[in-house]
Design a protein around this ligand. Structure first.
Ligand SMILES: N[C@@H](CCC(=O)N[C@@H](CS)C(=O)NCC(=O)O)C(=O)O
Length: 235
């Protein structure tokens, strides 16, 4: 089956877009990136909302079909022709349901319990509430950042404990999985909010550092994306 044209609507710093870039790069699936500038509000423009009614990134357009939600995109790449079976497979084999569950636990911990609670729209609401209760704009903004930092720290405590049972070279065993695909972008976010990951979460730091060095993973890094501003850009 011929590979359909894939277009990824992405923002360089979005951790959910970063997940999808990692999976596409690891599997060597070609795609075109279309940047959506979240800070300029491009995700709320009517034309984009037709592809993604949730008004968030990422969206992967497969041929003419838009798929939103990074979990749906990642599972689509694992399960659907012509991509299914492409190495590396990012879910353990069906013969190992316990390992599959361990991967899903980590993905859920990050994708359901951390990222949505510290998302841009939530931070804006935290800041707006702070303003409502009389804080200055500066304090209100720092309240939003504090919220994100604390949310990630609390979530990473859980991930760090889980890794004690599951980690090998990577987050679950010795092969890269979707757990790594979720973890590395969240580590990037953690650092942005001032968390010293190496100091506070050594197991997370170790496995994510190993994963980050895979060339296909490195190419998905936010600072290597076409919409990364020049002052942050890396080669
Ligand atoms: N559950 C969604 C979450 C998507 C999401 O939160 N995207 C963020 C960037 S990582 C976004 O577009 N935020 C823009 C906004 O909140 O306005 C997924 O996994 O794709």
């Amino acid at each position: 089956m011929a590979s359909p044209v894939l277009t990824l609507f992405s923002y360089f710093r979005s951790s959910c877009s970063y997940r999808v870039r990692i999976a596409l790069n690891l599997k060597g699936v070609p795609y075109v990136t279309v940047p959506v500038n979240l800070h300029a509000g491009a995700q709320r423009e009517a034309e984009y909302a037709l592809k993604n009614p949730g008004k968030k990134v990422p969206t992967l357009v497969v041929g003419d079909t838009p798929i939103s939600q990074s979990v749906a995109i990642l599972e689509f790449l694992e399960e659907s022709p012509p991509f299914e079976g492409k190495e590396p497979r990012l879910m353990p084999s069906r013969d190992d349901p316990v390992k599959r569950a361990a991967v899903r636990v980590l993905c859920g911990q990050i994708g359901c319990d951390i990222q949505p609670v510290a998302n841009l729209s939530v931070l804006r609401r935290v800041s707006a509430l702070s303003r409502h209760f009389g804080q200055t704009a500066e304090i209100a903004e720092s309240e939003g950042k504090k919220w994100a930092k604390e949310t990630i720290e609390e979530g990473f405590e859980v991930v760090e404990t889980q890794l004690k049972e599951t980690a090998g070279t990577f987050a679950v065993g010795d092969k890269e999985t979707l757990a790594d695909v979720y973890l590395l972008p969240q580590v990037y976010n953690a650092k942005r909010f001032g968390i010293d990951v190496a100091q506070s979460f050594p197991r997370i730091a170790k496995v994510s550092d190993t994963f980050s060095k895979i060339p296909a993973v490195l190419a998905a890094h936010p600072h290597r994306q076409p919409d990364c501003p020049p002052e942050l850009r890396e080669q």
